[in-house]
Design a binder for this molecule. Structure first.
Ligand SMILES: Nc1ncnc2c1ncn2[C@@H]1O[C@H](COP(=O)(O)OP(=O)(O)OP(=O)(O)O)[C@@H](O)[C@H]1O
Length: 224
């Protein structure tokens, strides 16, 4: 579905090194790595937001719709949730359905600033769904949420992926345990410049335990 042939990305000094990987329909990838290593930089490149990365480095990108959940919700504050989703291409009724699917059935007419952090993140997730994505990019969706809300959002995302078996996902997280719930592949980004150190299938419990063990032993990695 998508092939990455990224030569690198510098911000004054090299951040990303060469990244070669493929993403197939239905892939659920958790992207882990130390803080500041380049995970968001890689997501931005895949999303096509980084104009310094030549389009030919992301083969297949032009044929895909991408939903990107940024670290902050980026909803337009002067528009209702329904109107925000309409901007992403949904009809009024579709926007209501997407909002209902993330537990915001009664909040269609709310403004983003009237929502809690967790609700705003779910509204932003609904906006991602409104673009009918082939690929969902999630940048630390559980950051700053209390454990109950984070758990609910994890279950919600897992349910969305089950309901859309041809949609692929890359989810940046600092918690290797998220992979057990969400992923069938683990990407681990490390080094300077950063490269994918591991790209593994984690479909089997034995494999995922092995990988999480490696992550726990990895220097400088924060396991939660
Ligand atoms: N627009 C920019 N200008 C300058 N430096 C940048 C820019 N964007 C990212 N960087 C640098 O690139 C490096 C990687 O940043 P990035 O946000 O991709 O890391 P990350 O792995 O997502 O971090 P975190 O886990 O803390 O969110 C950092 O050193 C950061 O300071």
């Amino acid at each position: 579905m998508l092939e990455l042939q990224i030569a690198g990305r510098s911000f004054g000094q090299p951040v990303l090194g060469e990244v070669f990987a493929t993403i197939e329909r239905g892939d659920r990838i958790c992207l882990l790595g130390p803080s500041g290593i380049g995970k968001t930089t890689l997501l931005n490149a895949i999303a096509g937001l980084d104009k310094t990365i030549p389009p030919k480095a992301i083969i297949g990108r032009d044929k895909l719709r991408v939903g990107y959940l940024f670290q902050e919700h980026r909803l337009l504050p002067w528009r209702t949730l329904n109107a925000n989703l309409q901007l992403a291409g949904a009809t009024t009724a579709e926007a209501d359905d997407h909002l209902a699917s993330v537990g915001l059935k009664d909040y269609s007419h709310y403004l983003p600033d009237q929502l809690s952090l967790g609700m705003a993140r779910r509204a932003a997730l609904a906006r991602c769904l409104a673009v009918k994505p082939d690929l969902l990019l999630l940048d630390e969706p559980f950051a700053s949420l209390d454990p109950v809300m984070a758990g609910e959002l994890k279950a919600l995302i897992a349910g969305i992926m089950d309901a859309h078996p041809r949609m692929a996902m890359i989810c940046v997280t600092h918690d290797g345990g998220d992979a057990e719930i969400l992923a069938n592949r683990l990407w681990y980004l490390d080094g300077r410049p950063a490269q994918l150190q591991w790209d593994d299938a984690v479909g089997e419990p034995r494999l995922i335990n092995e990988l999480l063990g490696k992550l726990r032993n990895s220097e400088g990695f924060d396991m939660v």
